[in-house]
Design a protein around this ligand. Structure first.
Ligand code: NAP
Length: 274
């Protein structure tokens, strides 16, 4: 219908720090989709389901979902993709034909961000750091790509639970600072270590001197600049991918689901990094 605004938003708590509105609105504008708009809604956990059920009547066609609502987003949906079901969380909702559909673009977004190397992960050694919502998506994505995945988490019991659920191995808890990063072809930090521009590397089990050329290191956490993990990886000659690139890639997949159009990644990158 002419003049109808197609509304989108990121739902989180807190959410004011999110780069998604700037990134998604820039991509929508570049596609000439002037009748689409993307906002941010701060919603407390107890009110999430009621809010989501009311969104379609307010002109919303979809949403991104971030901490702490990704599991609730899967639970509220009428149908879900296989990835969202297996990961146990959704970061994307699509409202169509009176239904709520849950998707997870965090997992394929991570593989997009890794680039061509993602197609060569079968049989490679991968280390996932973190067993929260992001860790679940990362472990699933790496394992689905055929990598031989090991998992570490600050709270070891959580690592053991997730590893058992997704069929991967765990790093023993006593190896703090002694895990050789050079033993892995790909390392993904999906823990909050480094959030707030702190020294993320010191909270992780890795020997800072062990990074090497030929490996890829991804830090999902993003801040004002590269974190200490990415800095150490670069010093060792590793390829690095930062959290803003992962944000762009998951967001691009979400936008394509809502609009049926492929966004300009450079437009999204510029807006996310502005
Ligand atoms: P979450 O569900 O709250 O889980 C937090 C995880 O971080 C847990 O594994 C927790 O370990 C660990 N952790 C917290 N503080 C730590 C520290 N100081 N040292 C080591 N580990 C620590 O959060 P999430 O959704 O998984 O997100 C994790 C991080 O990924 C966040 O920083 C988020 O911003 C980032 N992220 C980025 C993207 C992106 O697109 N770039 C997407 C999703 C998430 P315990 O189990 O021991 O508490």
């Amino acid at each position: 219908m002419a003049g109808t605004v197609h509304r989108l938003a990121v739902l989180g708590h807190p959410v004011s720090h999110s780069r998604s509105p700037a990134m998604q609105n820039a991509a929508l504008a570049a596609l000439g989709l002037g009748e689409w708009e993307y906002g941010a809604i701060d919603i407390e956990p107890g009110r999430f389901e009621a809010l989501v059920r009311g969104l379609p009547d307010e002109g919303f066609v979809g949403a991104n979902v971030t901490v702490p609502h990704k599991e609730a987003a899967l639970a509220v949906a009428d149908e879900a993709s296989g990835a969202a079901e297996a990961i146990g969380a959704a970061n994307t909702l699509v409202f169509e034909r009176g239904m709520i559909r849950a998707e997870n673009t965090d997992a394929p977004g991570l593989l997009d961000a890794i680039g061509e190397f993602a197609g060569e992960l079968a049989g490679r050694r991968a280390l996932a750091l973190g067993a929260g919502g992001a860790g679940r998506a990362v472990v699933w994505a790496l394992a689905e790509a055929g990598a031989d995945v090991m998992l570490w988490n600050r709270t070891h019991s959580r690592a053991e639970e997730l590893a058992a659920e997704l069929g991967v191995e765990v790093i023993p808890p006593e190896l703090h600072g002694e895990v050789d990063p050079g033993a892995f072809d790909v390392i993904v930090n999906a823990s909050a270590a480094g959030l707030g521009d702190g020294d993320g590397l010191s909270s992780l089990p890795l020997d800072p001197a062990g990074f090497r050329p030929g490996q890829t290191v991804v830090d999902m956490v993003y801040g004002k600049g590269p974190g200490t993990l990415v800095e150490a990886a670069r010093r060792g000659g590793a390829e690095t991918v930062d959290g803003l690139e992962v944000l762009v890639r998951q967001g691009a997949r979400s936008l394509a689901m809502w609009t049926g159009r492929e966004p300009d990644l450079d437009v999204m990158r510029s807006a996310a990094r502005a």
